[in-house]
Design a binder for this molecule. Structure first.
Ligand code: NAP
Length: 280
């Protein structure tokens, strides 16, 4: 029950009404006895700084940040975690002793989702489609976990080159960049990760791979999209005999990681999954 001690956790983005986070978080807080509410705020880009000042004044415990504010919030924070610095984007902020600290949970969420499914990426060859914020986090997580090679294929080649250079500079010299148009010529990877929005609702006919691209022999096709639960890419992967995953587990593990950052408690995976499916 909400009372005078109830604390606030929030989400800022634009738009936010599609977000699954309020239902997930509020369900988890209720079931874990955390006296907090999670509320989503649609914040215009011009108001990002003022909203963060407001959170600070109200001593809000923490907040999530979604598109398009993940980079814009960074100058307003007191400290940025090294992973968020590497990715160049913040999606989770905690207030500690009056200081706002920014994290990026994409990479942790991605790796935990693989660990939970028992997928070992060590010495594997990975192909990542897309070169935005999610790609940077996925590439950094894969590099830290010992993949042999990462190829980043993007519509805008320069962006793929920039991500590859950043990985090679910060972690290991294993990343390469190609144009998305050239993936037919590439040696077949062990793991293919889609970090483009191609195939996401409402454009569910979209697919990041060209017609005729042979997926057979790829161990895992991981699509970060979670709406729809099975994208066209995933359907093609299943039809070719590959294991396919959507972005739901990554979303769940990110919520678990954010709650660990804010409250230092571990949420059971089963509870977070229940929160996502049922909500309140
Ligand atoms: P982003 O920073 O905007 O990057 C999007 C990337 O996709 C860019 O490289 C862009 O290419 C490429 N792209 C966009 N439209 C394209 C098109 N029509 N054809 C070819 N390439 C296209 O976005 P993001 O934050 O990385 O997120 C990407 C996706 O991952 C979204 O669908 C998001 O919902 C999903 N995601 C899921 C989770 C999860 O927890 N499951 C977490 C994070 C993100 P250019 O560089 O050429 O523009």
């Amino acid at each position: 029950m909400i009372n005078a001690s109830t604390g606030l956790i929030s989400l800022i983005g634009h738009p936010v009404e599609h977000s699954l986070s309020p239902q997930m978080h509020n369900y988890i807080y209720n079931h874990m006895g955390l006296n907090y509410v999670y509320m989503a705020f649609d914040v215009q880009p011009v108001d990002v700084g003022e909203s963060i000042k407001g959170f600070k004044a109200l001593k809000v415990k923490g907040f999530n940040v979604t598109v398009p504010h993940k980079e814009a919030v960074m100058p307003f924070l007191d400290h940025i975690d090294p992973m968020a610095e590497l990715v160049g984007a913040v999606n989770t902020v905690v207030s500690r002793d009056g200081m706002l600290i920014g994290y990026n949970t994409d990479g942790v969420g991605f790796m935990r989702s693989l660990e939970y499914r028992g997928v070992d990426v060590k010495n594997k060859k990975a192909l990542i489609l897309g070169a935005g914020g999610a790609c940077k986090a996925v590439a950094a997580a894969l590099a830290m976990r010992g993949v042999q090679r990462i190829t980043i294929a993007n519509r805008t080649l320069q962006k793929a080159e920039a991500v590859a250079a950043s990985i090679n500079h910060h972690i290991a010299a294993i990343a390469y960049a190609i144009s998305l148009d050239d993936i037919m010529q590439l040696e077949r990877p062990d793991i293919l990760v889609n970090t483009t929005p191609l195939g996401m609702w409402p454009y569910t006919d979209g697919c990041p791979i060209p017609d005729g691209y042979d997926l057979s022999g790829i161990e895992l096709v991981y699509d970060l999209i979670y709406n729809p639960e099975q994208t066209l890419l995933m359907k093609k992967a299943v039809d070719s005999g590959c294991q396919a995953m959507n972005g739901l587990d990554m979303l769940i593990w990110q919520a678990i990681e954010a709650i660990r950052i804010w409250f230092d408690v571990d949420v059971p995976y089963g509870l977070a999954m229940q929160a996502l499916k049922r909500g309140e």
